[in-house]
Design a protein around this ligand. Structure first.
Ligand code: G3H
Ligand code: 13P
Ligand code: ZN
Length: 312
């Protein structure tokens, strides 16, 4: 067992308290590889933002648990080397079993999500409470996933430190069907607004409690355009407009999960290199531009959407 403190990481408790009070949200960026991690840390150091590094179970399998532990420690040292020791949380995204959460905690994660949303409500509460009991022994934060609004107080009584709620966001680059959207003058799909009424109800029932927004990518039309004009085929891609995310970040939403926008930025940059320079075969020549594009994207999210710049 290695504790997150030995790796130089922090849990999310203080970060969330400050974010709720300060009316901003901490970025939770998913990563699977070195270039994504370099871009995240570079962007967060340059903007002086705290950060949550998110690893899904798929990412954990892809990157390897042992390497991840060293990458997280490396991220802490890298931030210092870049000139500013930002607070870094290492978080398990969508953990679906007790054993997975336990294994991550034992290898240095400072925060876990127990996502029991696939279970009947009572079983979800039971599993969540079991993870909380274990995680809190090591001062590790726990995010729970709420099934229905009616259960909001029950879920908090399990002892979770934050709650993922559903207000109309969803994962991936096709968050709504065209039938659910309208089209603007340029023919671009405009999604229905987020359910701010539900968010307000949560804030009323559990005042000041940290709320998490999953599925918060905006799916920028310019990235989709670069992908599609360089051989890609993304159809009807649509995300959450940034002004709605800004409004959510100013409320009790204190963690905003972004993965798909990073995937789009990387894919757009790589497709462009392949299209413009078909003879190129040095991975650094396409992963480098992808990393640069990611860093630009992350800085934009921090400064112009989440408001977490200068909060580290
Ligand atoms: O919530 C889903 C995240 O975007 C992670 O996706 O399971 O493909 O790694 P993944
Ligand atoms: P996006 O697919 O909208 O980026 O959401 C990511 C997420 O919620 C990870 O848990
Ligand atoms: Zn998610």
């Amino acid at each position: 067992m290695i504790t997150y403190k030995e790796l130089g990481l922090v849990n999310s408790k203080n970060l969330f308290q400050k974010a709720v009070k300060g009316g901003y949200a901490i970025p939770a960026f998913n990563f699977n590889n070195l270039e994504q991690l370099q871009a995240i840390i570079g962007a967060c150091v340059e903007t002086k933002s705290p950060v949550i590094l998110q690893v899904s179970s798929g990412a954990r399998k892809y990157a390897n648990q042992t390497l991840l532990k060293h990458l997280a420690k490396g991220a802490v040292d890298y931030a210092k080397e870049l000139g500013y020791a930002i607070p870094i949380v290492l978080h398990l995204d969508h953990g679906d079993t007790f054993e997975l959460c336990q294994s991550c905690i034992e290898s240095g994660f400072s925060s876990v999500m127990i996502d029991g949303s696939h279970l009947p409500y009572d079983k979800n509460v039971e599993l969540t409470a079991k993870v909380v009991e274990y995680a809190h022994k090591y001062d590790v934060s726990v995010e729970g996933e709420l099934g229905v609004l009616a259960g909001i107080e029950d879920e908090v009584s399990t002892g979770v430190d934050s709650l993922a709620i559903s207000i109309g966001t969803s994962h991936g680059a096709n968050k709504f069907t065209p039938a659910q959207c309208t089209r603007n003058a340029e023919g671009i799909l405009v999604p229905p607004p987020l359910r701010f009424d539900i968010l307000e109800e949560c804030e009323k029932r559990i005042p000041g409690f940290p709320i998490v927004l999953h599925g918060a990518s905006s799916v920028p039309a310019e990235l989709v355009k670069i992908i599609n004009s360089n051989g890609g085929k993304l159809q009807d891609a649509v995300g959450i407009p940034e002004e709605q995310l800004r409004r959510a970040a100013a409320s009790a939403v204190c963690k905003v999960n972004i993965d798909s926008d990073g995937r789009l930025a990387m894919t757009a940059a790589i497709r462009k290199v392949f299209n413009d320079s078909p003879a190129e075969f040095d991975p650094r020549k396409y992963l480098g531009p992808a990393r640069d594009a990611l860093k630009v994207l992350y800085k934009h999210k921090i400064v112009s959407v989440l408001g977490s710049a200068d909060k580290a």
